[in-house]
Write a protein that binds this ligand. Structure first.
Ligand code: CAA
Length: 262
């Protein structure tokens, strides 16, 4: 049986293969203090080890998803090297989220600012509530994004649009975020919409989902020719699975597939 540690600032539940991580430090709009980051890293490790988990949703309690890194902790930074380590630590947590092998969705229920948007950017998909506000307001604090925002945002929406958000620091509505390609869906209830999306995804072959995610992630940082090689390698692997036998046979027999994830 998997040992799940007690968390102070987040809740962790798994239902029907979908893990729900709720950031729960509502008095500070779920701001990512060092302690919250540590718990986030821990829960991601738990998810990595839990074979029951087939998809993950991150959300926030109250009116915020996450309002950023904890500004009271950032205010105490001054030394270049210590501050650099702080950034690397936050990046490491976001990298661990991005490296989860199962599909991940940020259910952006409210403010997703700074480190909060960076957490959402580390997920595969983003669903925003109609009330959500998204942005990278760091320059207004004399800072720059430090948990991956200057890199993941332009990769997702392009440099021009990313620089608009990064240099103005402005908050965008869910509707504008959808137009920018920053979020995939807008809904009245982000969490319910994220669960629907997860259930739709989970009808597909589990091994194929992991391989598809791996192909996109590994291909993103290499030249096209090399990326296409990666795709061919993973396509080859997919074709050797029982899931592929079942999926193609079910289609030809005009019935729903029963994937076993092998
Ligand atoms: N860090 C620490 N505390 C925060 C916080 C943060 N990022 N965001 C909000 N809080 C706290 C507020 O200080 C306030 O605490 P008190 O009740 O003790 O005064 C409480 O949460 C509620 O916040 P507000 O009263 O400000 O709520 P509001 O509804 O008036 O405004 C908001 C909401 C627009 C989101 C506003 O809170 C805000 O602008 N927050 C900061 C957003 C921000 O700048 N994020 C970037 C942080 S830097 C970063 O993330 C760097 C990085 O890339 C790693």
């Amino acid at each position: 049986v998997l040992e799940v540690p007690e968390f102070e600032h987040l809740r962790y539940e798994v239902e029907d293969g979908i893990a729900l991580v709720t950031l729960a430090r509502p008095k500070a709009l779920n701001a990512l203090s060092g302690e919250v980051l540590r718990e986030l890293a821990e829960v991601v490790e738990v998810i990595h080890q839990d074979p029951e988990v087939r998809a993950v949703i991150f959300t926030g309690e109250g009116k915020a998803f996450v309002a950023g890194a904890d500004i009271s902790e950032i205010a105490a930074l001054s030394d270049v090297f210590v501050s650099r380590e702080y950034s690397l630590l936050g990046q490491e947590v976001m990298n661990a989220v991005a490296a989860l092998p199962v599909p991940t969705i940020a259910a952006i229920n409210g403010y997703a600012l700074g480190g909060g948007l960076e957490l959402a950017l580390a997920c595969d998909l983003r669903v925003a509530s109609v009330k959500a506000k998204l942005g990278l307001p760091e320059v207004g604090l004399g800072l720059i994004p430090g948990f991956g925002g200057t890199q993941r945002l332009p990769r997702l929406i392009g440099q021009g649009r990313a620089l608009d958000l990064i240099l103005t620091g402005r908050h965008v509505s869910a509707e504008e975020a959808l137009q920018l390609g920053l979020v995939n869906r807008v809904a009245e209830d982000a969490l319910e919409a994220a669960k629907d999306l997860a259930r739709t995804i989970l009808k597909n072959g589990p091994v194929a989902l992991a391989l598809a995610k791996e192909a996109v992630a590994r291909g993103a940082d290499v030249p096209l020719a090399e990326a296409l090689e990666i795709e061919a390698d993973l396509f080859g692997l997919a074709c050797s699975t029982q899931d592929m036998r079942e999926g193609t046979r079910a289609f030809l027999e005009k019935r729903a597939p029963e994937f076993k994830g092998e």
